[in-house]
Design a protein around this ligand. Structure first.
Ligand code: GRF
Length: 209
């Protein structure tokens, strides 16, 4: 049984997609053992509590400096002995110590087709604003392992979503969530939980059934 800790920052729709997928049997051999938010009072914490999952807030504002926050976050994660850490709308840069400790055991969902529209400053709605500004016709989402870079780790899965003429950033964000993020992340967790994923020379290999 894959022990999964999910890190969140806000609404938690990707967390909810994972909870629902486990409930529906679309993810097997995995359980969410804890949810940790860097922000207090967010919907993602309510979603965890409603699902009976231990939920915590580790806020940078509660610590004298970033280092102490990183230590507290890592200590809380370690407490649950996860096999996999999932960044589901988590907007905090993962410290190098954690990337090394959980090498190829941290996955992130990013709302674009990496390597487009990613890296420093590309998160949440900003990604979709840039997509519309550039006038690309296809965007999407990417699930990838987290390494020391920003959105540079081995890509696990991607899904394309068409941009429509009438899109606003909000409408596009919602479509990318519905048609890509909420499908990709649960599917990737199920693949990892059932031993279908390996990383060879920095690239992800998926074992077909
Ligand atoms: C989404 O745009 C997601 O792609 C990004 O964070 C945003 C909020 O996600 N990673 P959620 O609703 O908190 O899961």
């Amino acid at each position: 049984m894959l022990r999964v800790v999910v890190l969140v920052s806000g609404g938690g729709t990707n967390l909810q997609a994972i909870i629902d997928a486990i409930e529906a049997g679309r993810i097997t051999n995995a359980q969410i053992v804890a949810v940790i938010s860097n922000n207090p009072g967010v919907k993602s914490l309510e979603r965890a509590k409603k699902a009976g999952i231990p939920a915590f807030c580790i806020s940078p504002k509660s610590f004298a400096d970033r280092e102490l926050f990183h230590e507290a976050l890592l200590a809380k994660i370690d407490e649950f002995g996860p096999d996999l850490v999932v960044l589901a709308g988590f907007l905090v840069r993962i410290p190098k110590t954690m990337v090394h400790k959980y090498s190829n055991r941290i996955v992130n969902i990013h709302p674009s087709l990496i390597p487009s529209f990613c890296g420093v400053g590309y998160y949440g709605l900003k990604v979709h604003e840039k997509v519309l500004e550039r006038g690309v016709k296809v965007t999407g989402a990417t699930v990838h392992f987290v390494n020391e870079g920003m959105d540079e780790g081995p890509i696990i899965a991607q899904k394309a979503v068409y941009v429509e003429q009438s899109d606003t950033p909000e409408i596009l964000q919602r479509r990318v969530m519905e048609q890509a993020e909420w499908q990709l992340l649960p599917a990737a967790i199920d693949d990892i939980a059932n031993g279908r994923i390996s990383v060879v020379d920095g690239r992800v290999i998926r074992k077909e059934d």
